[in-house]
Design a protein around this ligand. Structure first.
Ligand SMILES: [Zn+2]
Ligand SMILES: [Zn+2]
Length: 284
């Protein structure tokens, strides 16, 4: 399987990769940027979380209303929400608001029943924003919830997804996503956990793991209280991974400590471990 080297431009396919992918294009994933420099280019810091898969499915929606181009905005109607923290849903209400008159099908929000309840109670509650799940435009409903069954496979557009609970301060899911050819795991926000690793290790192969590394080691206490990883706890946790040769890309690094966290991740010296760059397309 072709591998992407973190930090370096994508290399042309090897002949082996061409053989593997002849009949199917690789899965394409971008961590959407959340801030831009004065030229309009994505900055390296990640403030919000939203992954775009194959230009049409989103995992979380932090920057969804800010960073999609016009074509992507037309195509994305399926959004998996891992948990209701603001950095993961910040611009979701604005995204639906923007599209409101034009939606010919509802925006589908895939989330666990607990998270759907929290979104309805705390965000789409007529106070913070309208309850879009009760509203229609000229074509029909504009937003629809799709409850995620815990631990069971479900379909999201062309993807097969399995979700399990991870260990965060609110109900949160980690995901394994497959397009039938490539498989990528998303940890979402978590600290030490078990079921997620069981799910990953059960998968016949794994091309990439996108995993959080929020705080530097010096902030282990805060990481523990808020249920996040530091490079040290992530390094220990990766001992539970049985797959070899996959790309392990750290995400969700708090911008204020970014360089320290990157230095500490590099010092772990774990094969395949790099940092995911916002705005860059990764192919697996
Ligand atoms: Zn969170
Ligand atoms: Zn977060």
């Amino acid at each position: 399987m072709h591998k992407v080297q973190p930090f370096f431009p994508r290399l042309p396919y090897t002949s082996e990769a061409v053989a593997v992918h002849r009949e199917q294009t690789p899965v394409k994933i971008q961590l959407l940027p959340s801030t831009f420099d004065d030229q309009g280019h994505a900055t390296a810091e990640q403030r919000l979380t939203c992954f775009l898969i194959d230009e049409r499915v989103a995992v979380d929606a932090g920057s969804i209303a800010l960073a999609l181009n016009a074509e992507q905005r037309e195509n994305v109607r399926d959004i998996i929400v891992t948990h209701p923290h603001m950095d993961h849903i910040a611009s979701l209400p604005i995204f639906i608001d923007d599209l409101f008159p034009a939606l010919k099908q509802p925006v589908r929000i895939y989330a666990t029943p607990e998270v759907i309840e929290l979104l309805e109670r705390d965000i789409f509650n007529w106070n913070v924003y309208p309850r879009f799940s009760e509203l229609k435009n000229d074509y029909g409903p504009v937003m629809e919830y799709v409850p995620i069954p815990a631990g069971k496979e479900f379909k999201v557009a062309h993807l097969t997804v399995t979700a399990v609970a991870v260990n965060h301060i609110v109900p949160t899911i980690g995901l394994v996503v497959s397009d039938g050819n490539s498989t990528v795991a998303f940890s979402s926000d978590t600290s030490e956990t078990e079921e997620f690793w069981t799910l990953i290790n059960r998968s016949p192969h794994m091309d990439a793991l996108l995993i959080e590394a929020s705080f530097p080691d010096s902030m282990a206490k805060l990481a523990e209280v808020t249920r996040h990883f530091t490079p040290a706890s992530l390094g220990r946790e990766l001992g539970k991974l049985n797959h070899n040769g996959l790309d392990i890309l750290a995400v969700h690094i708090k911008p204020s400590y970014r360089q320290t966290v990157i230095n500490e991740l590099n010092a772990l010296n774990i094969k395949g471990l790099g940092v995911m760059e916002p705005g860059r397309n990764y192919h697996w």
